[in-house]
Design a protein around this ligand. Structure first.
Ligand SMILES: [Zn+2]
Ligand SMILES: [Zn+2]
Length: 274
């Protein structure tokens, strides 16, 4: 086993102040990552879109060069390996732009996210429009259909925060879960995509990582690989909850996670934790 991966897995999901709802520059996240014993982490801020789609939660197109400079600054200053990534949304009509833009940028990894159903933001605790107009199962069904559509594009490497609709605690009955979730997992498996264990759910009302233990077990049965992401919006949250995330992965049946560089993947053993 490679000594590098004995302690903390890479954190493949962090943000910067450019997305307008996070704090800090990559160099500050990198310093926090080093302090916490990480050997590798990725800068994956919310990518720009030309459609003014959700422009209040992402960098503008003309800030992308600055984003790239901030990454270079972190890479130059930090001892740990710093990767250049992006959290790119999937939404209806995004494909012509995403397929060109993602392949033109020199990313190490591309996270794929669904944050919106129509105009409702599932990641905004103050936006209750979705839950006022639809029942829980209907929201979960629409959301996971979009996740399946995301996978079918083959444009992204990792699906983020897979069961995001539970953020505020709204979940379907357990008996309905397979019907709502498994078709999307099958499409992710067919696309050869990974999913992440995202620890930000521990900081959300639901108080649980994304995805749930049951969904992670189903993913493992389907041979879907995993990465780890804190979804840190402040430097101190880099790698937060990762001990528990590694434990969750093991309990679901995983022995490895992915290392991704230059959009190429390699399996690495899960770190040994106490
Ligand atoms: Zn997200
Ligand atoms: Zn994020």
């Amino acid at each position: 086993m490679n000594e590098k991966y004995l302690s903390v897995p890479p954190d493949y999901h962090t943000h910067t102040a450019l997305c307008k709802h996070a704090e800090g520059r990559p160099a500050e996240y990198a310093a926090a990552a080093c302090r916490k014993g990480l050997r590798e982490f990725a800068v994956t801020d919310h990518g720009p879109t030309p459609h003014l789609y959700d422009s209040e939660h992402r960098m503008d197109m003309d800030q992308f060069d600055l984003y790239r400079n901030w990454f270079e600054e972190a890479r130059a200053e930090c001892e740990c390996k710093v990767l250049f990534g992006v959290e790119a949304d999937y939404f209806e009509g995004c494909q012509p732009f995403m397929s060109k833009w993602l392949s033109a940028c020199p990313f190490d990894l591309v996270l794929g996210s669904v944050h919106y159903l129509g105009s409702s933001d599932m990641d905004d605790p103050d936006d209750l429009s979705l839950w006022e107009s639809s029942d829980v199962n209907a929201v979960w069904r629409r959301y996971f259909e979009l996740v399946g559509d995301l996978a079918d594009t083959r444009l992204y490497d990792v699906v983020t925060h897979l069961d995001l609709p539970k953020r505020g605690g709204d979940r379907p009955d357990e008996k309905d879960l397979p019907d709502l979730v498994l078709p999307a997992l099958d499409r992710i498996a067919r696309a050869g995509m990974a999913i992440e264990i995202n620890t930000s759910g521990l900081r959300h009302p639901v108080g649980e990582m994304y995805p749930s233990p049951q969904i992670l077990e189903w993913a493992c049965e389907r041979g879907i690989d995993i990465t780890f992401g804190s979804d840190a919006h402040t430097p101190e949250n880099v790698a937060s909850g990762f001990d528990g995330a590694v434990k969750l992965a093991r309990e679901a049946g995983y022995t490895h996670s992915l290392r991704i560089r230059g959009r190429r993947r390699r399996r690495i053993p899960l770190p040994v934790t106490s």
